[in-house]
Ligand binder design. Structure first.
Ligand SMILES: *Cc1c(COP(=O)(O)O)cnc(C)c1O
Length: 242
């Protein structure tokens, strides 16, 4: 109803709470039908799913690198700008010397000459130590390849889901979509009448999960460094605690 009043549709591509991976193409089509600019937050998507951003038609996407991309907190963000906007130098932006044409950047003269593509949205100096962490991580991603990672991820999360379903209890329910195409590696498990102490007990067993109020535990078996045995151990401990 309010589509015509909306300038920007900005939405998480992988929902942080449920782990649902949304249909980006459909979101882009709906947004564009109302002339909204469509942007996707891929904080939980980058390094986790294959968003196929160009084909989706979204106008832009942005993500942090400290989750699946392993850079550590306080590190760089990433941005995707769709090719259809790459050469539009009139788009408003934070202008500074890091998005100015590299050839003439240090001449310090008018007029401002913005670079094409995502480079034209860069801001200021990148932090070198954080970049080193990203480089080391992305080299691993390059070596393994996203296709192989996704293949393992679907199996690993599928195995996790299978084990959770074996816990015969009405108190727990997976709220992440069942279809592997509609999720990344994370499963969000709703636990009736539980509180954060469940998460703390898992932590005491050296199992790193995340608690979200009021009653959801988020578990992300990251394929790059999580084994099937790790997943088995998590579910065994969870079962005992429940
Ligand atoms: C982690 C996260 C971000 C990244 O935020 P920062 O300001 O880079 O820490 C953005 N959106 C969501 C939904 C996130 O979970």
């Amino acid at each position: 109803m309010q589509g015509d009043e909306i300038a920007l549709l900005l939405i998480g591509g992988v929902n942080y709470y449920t782990g649902q991976f949304l249909d980006l193409k459909k979101i882009a089509e709906i947004g564009h039908s109302k002339k909204c600019v469509v942007g996707i937050d891929l904080a939980h998507g980058a390094g986790n799913i294959q968003p196929d951003l160009h084909a989706s038609g979204v106008d832009f996407a942005a993500w942090c690198t400290y989750k699946y991309l392993n850079s550590g907190p306080g590190s760089l963000g990433g941005v995707f700008v769709h090719e259809k906007h790459a050469k539009d130098k009139d788009l408003p932006r934070f202008a500074g010397w890091w998005n100015h044409n590299k050839e003439t950047r240090f001449n310090m003269r008018q007029p401002f000459d913005v670079m094409e593509g995502a480079e034209g949205w860069q801001l200021s100096n990148p932090p070198i130590l954080s970049m080193a962490a990203i480089k080391a991580s992305l080299d691993l991603f390059d070596t393994v390849g996203m296709d192989a990672l996704r293949e393992k991820s679907e199996k690993l999360t599928g195995y996790f889901e299978f084990l959770i379903e074996q816990i015969a209890s009405d108190d727990i329910q997976i709220i992440t979509p069942v279809n592997p195409k509609e999720r990344g590696c994370q499963l969000s498990i709703q636990v009736k009448n539980a509180d954060k102490s469940l998460h703390e007990k898992l932590t005491a067993h050296h199992i790193i999960t995340d608690w979200r109020e009021p009653d959801v535990i988020r578990c992300a078996p990251v394929p790059l460094y999580t084994s099937f045995e790790d997943v088995y151990r998590l579910v065994s401990v969870l079962k005992k605690l429940l």
